[in-house]
Design a protein around this ligand. Structure first.
Ligand SMILES: Cc1cc2nc3c(=O)[nH]c(=O)nc-3n(C[C@H](O)[C@H](O)[C@H](O)COP(=O)(O)OP(=O)(O)OC[C@H]3O[C@@H](n4cnc5c(N)ncnc54)[C@H](O)[C@@H]3O)c2cc1C
Length: 457
């Protein structure tokens, strides 16, 4: 039997999950469809996890407006859901006279983006804030509200909220072709057909392929790889603020940032590819990061590396998001959400609802919505179960540590496996608990984690 919905959202990354959550808050039956067997298994799991103010966006673009709005929406949503955010702030550092001369224009650009808290600072102030920075910085621009966040928890909270509101999550459903015969559209997926009144394409790196199924050839997604190095927690004393480079036309550039898990991150690179599955790191990419890092913060390179990873930005050949409704086909594209989708996701969802209304869909809001889900805290700066004597007293499994590098307890593994969107495998468990993500990368606890996971699933 074919499943039939008012709206099918393709893509359970941050953007698709936010859209499904928003729509499921209205009198609509919603399906959230993804090729993978977990939510957030595409670009949303591998980024630099910065909650951007949008200070450096191109003014007057849709991206600039939605990043600004998304920053506020996600900050507000983090409180009830427990998504960890650290208000570290950022300093954009100028390393030569040309970059120094650019800083006032960047401050003006921030103001044009309605962000008014940037300050120009001299080199002495930069070194006061960042005493371990390499020599040669000439000055900086502060961005006090740039923040670090947990991208995994954002994705999971939005998808869980969508399901709690009644959306149907269809994982393992790769959309291979689309039949647009009126009045319903059929998505032919690897797990059978799904029929819907409206289709929202939030397929990230696969958005151009789906767009083609609706008869368009208006853009091509270029997977733009970003490789990153994660340093040990002992490196965290070196930097408590995000260190940004002066941005270029190719993107935000290589930064050094504390992570929400208590590490320090160096990256990302920026390299255009053709293969949307090429998420491996490369010798060349890591070498270029080490070269840049040795100038930015030489002491960082003496620290141990915990992990390396790469993510793929869904770059398109225009300098803005491409969000467009086609009322005749009851189809809406959300494309080109390149390097700000974590921040902007909830605002994109709001915008999509507005476009659907303009296109004639007028769903009533649901009168009594469930509370947002309370997510387990993965943030190093906030209390975790192993530190919580009350939680341990009520349930001793929060006192039994399984992963000693990241201090993850048996109780947290059990909670993740029994959660609304349970992990299909160990990678998903890592993203829900931090288990096996530390120094030993699972060398010591891997077998035990595997057996606990198998016993609980
Ligand atoms: C290196 C890097 C650093 C970044 N840093 C930041 C940052 O600091 N702050 C920030 O705000 N943003 C950042 N971003 C951008 C952000 O990560 C993305 O904009 C965001 O994750 C995009 O989410 P999405 O839901 O659009 O895409 P995705 O997370 O890729 O989700 C798309 C989903 O669609 C599914 N899909 C694709 N094709 C099909 C199909 N045919 N059938 C069914 N399902 C399909 C995929 O499986 C996937 O799960 C960064 C990105 C990268 C790569």
């Amino acid at each position: 039997m074919t499943a039939d919905y008012d709206v099918a959202v393709i893509g359970a990354g941050i953007v698709g999950s936010a859209i499904a959550r928003e729509l499921a808050g209205h009198q609509l039956s919603v399906a959230l469809v993804d090729a993978c067997d977990d939510v957030g298994d595409g670009t949303s799991k591998a980024n630099t996890a910065i909650l951007h103010t949008g200070f450096d966006a191109k003014p007057a673009t849709l991206e600039s407006r939605l990043v600004r709005r998304g920053y506020r929406l996600l900050s507000d949503y983090a409180a009830p859901t427990g998504i960890p955010i650290e208000r570290t702030g950022a300093i954009l550092v100028a390393w030569d006279a040309e970059q120094l001369a650019t800083l006032p224009a960047l401050k003006d650009q921030a103001a044009a983006n309605e962000y008014h808290r940037c300050e120009l600072v001299d080199a002495a102030t930069v070194y006061q804030r960042l005493p371990h920075l390499g020599p040669g910085a000439l000055g900086g621009l502060t961005v006090p509200d740039e923040s670090i966040i947990c991208t995994w928890t954002v994705n999971l909270a939005l998808a869980t909220d969508a399901v709690n509101r009644g959306a149907t999550l269809l994982l393992g459903h790769r959309v291979e072709s689309v039949d647009t015969a009126s009045p319903r559209t059929t998505l032919h997926t690897t797990a059978g057909p799904v029929t819907a009144g409206w289709v929202i394409n939030a397929a990230g790196l696969g958005a151009d392929h789906i767009d083609g199924q609706f008869g368009y050839s208006r853009f091509t997604v270029t997977p733009r790889r970003g490789e990153l190095i994660v340093y040990d927690k002992l490196a965290r004393r070196l930097v408590d603020t995000i260190v940004l480079p002066v941005p270029t036309s190719r993107g935000k550039g290589v930064l050094i940032s504390p992570t929400i898990y208590g590490n320090v991150m160096l990256g990302p690179t920026s390299e255009d590819l053709t293969d949307p599955t090429a998420t491996g790191t490369t010798q060349q990419g890591l070498k270029s990061l080490l070269d840049k890092g040795s100038r930015l913060m030489p002491e960082l390179l003496d620290e141990e590396i915990t992990a390396t990873y790469a993510g793929l930005r869904a770059a398109i050949d225009r300098a803005d998001y491409l969000i467009d409704a086609d009322p005749a086909q009851r189809y809406l594209l959300v494309g080109g959400i390149r390097s700000t989708g974590l921040t902007a996701g909830m605002a994109i969802a709001e915008h999509v609802l507005g476009l659907l209304r303009e296109a004639g869909l007028q769903p009533e809001p649901v009168a009594a919505l469930p509370d947002p889900p309370r997510m387990p805290n993965l943030g190093e700066a906030f209390t975790r179960p192993y530190q919580d004597s009350g939680a341990i007293g009520a349930d001793p499994s929060y006192g039994r540590i399984v992963c000693f590098c990241e201090r993850v307890t048996e109780g947290e593994l059990r909670d993740a496996c029994r959660s609304m969107i349970a992990p299909p495998g160990i990678d998903g468990l890592r993203r829900r608990t931090r288990v096996m993500n530390g120094r030993c990368q699972g060398f010591f606890c891997g077998a035990e984690v595997q057996s606990i996971f198998e016993a609980l699933r």
